[in-house]
Ligand binder design. Structure first.
Ligand SMILES: [Zn+2]
Ligand SMILES: [Zn+2]
Length: 257
């Protein structure tokens, strides 16, 4: 039986798309359900894979851009319907330093509409200037600052039986991401634009491939595709630098490790 299942819930961006929802990845291991990023549309995608919002145990945010955080408010509001009692276990939210101020900002706008009972919500901030390791329930979380926003971090989830999944969040080339991804079974890496259209703060296929190659990961999944990616030869560009297992993310794709 696989110890770890990864579901790409959203392989898209801020651009509305019926094919690609905004950023979200679900990682299931040992009865833990870890959602990484929660862009607009994520709750519908969770329904499509049969996961109730009340069963999420962890929610990690790579950074605070709306295509990664936009469904947080609707998720908290929905958790209160009709009376918060459907959530039996606490939700642990983790994100880079700055998240608590962001959350307080949301509270100042939405007040008790998004407030959960204190025993049901835990907020954990991760350093944005150095790596960190935290023991969670049934897995170990590692985080690393990456090159996008001041609060941006990438995540590595290590299962007790030695599997490792790394999620880049948004980033430009990052030697720290190479370090975090070293020897991982799977690297889910942003690839926002084709090589010819690369912008600062994001990756393109050949650079994502360079990171995967340098980190010697067993498998690379490219995701976070802006519409211009649909006409590009992403695989061909990535193959210039990476020869390992390579997949282009689609919404609702599942990988078992
Ligand atoms: Zn971003
Ligand atoms: Zn983004």
């Amino acid at each position: 039986m696989p110890s770890l299942t990864v579901t790409i819930l959203g392989s898209g961006t801020c651009v509305p798309s019926l094919k690609r929802s905004a950023c979200a990845v679900l990682i299931e291991l040992n009865h833990q359900k870890v959602l990484l990023d929660c862009g607009p549309g994520t709750m519908r995608r969770l329904l499509e894979v049969g996961v109730a919002i009340f069963d999420l145990t962890h929610l990690g945010f790579s950074h605070l851009h709306p295509d990664h955080t936009g469904e947080l408010v609707p998720l908290l509001f929905a958790t209160k319907y009709p009376d918060s009692n459907q959530r039996q276990k606490p939700l642990t939210i983790f994100a880079g330093q700055g998240f608590k101020a962001f959350y307080q900002g949301l509270q100042s706008v939405y007040g008790r509409w998004i407030e959960l009972p204190p025993d049901l919500l835990r907020l954990t901030e991760l350093p944005v200037n150095k790596p960190a390791t935290m023991a969670m329930d049934h897995f170990t979380l590692q985080s690393m600052p990456v090159e996008h926003n001041p609060e941006s971090v990438a995540f590595r989830i290590n299962s007790p039986d030695g599997k490792a999944v790394v999620y880049s969040g948004d980033t430009d080339f990052s030697a720290d991401l190479v370090r975090l991804a070293r020897g991982a079974d799977l690297l889910i890496c942003e690839c926002a634009f084709p090589d010819a259209a690369k912008v600062p703060g994001h990756l393109s296929p050949s650079i994502a491939g360079e990171i995967a190659h340098s980190a010697e990961v067993a498998q690379l999944v490219l995701t976070h595709f802006y519409p211009v990616c649909e006409q590009a030869d992403l695989v061909g560009e990535c193959r210039q630098t990476y020869t390992g297992r390579l997949t282009l993310a689609e919404d609702l794709m599942q990988l078992r490790l």
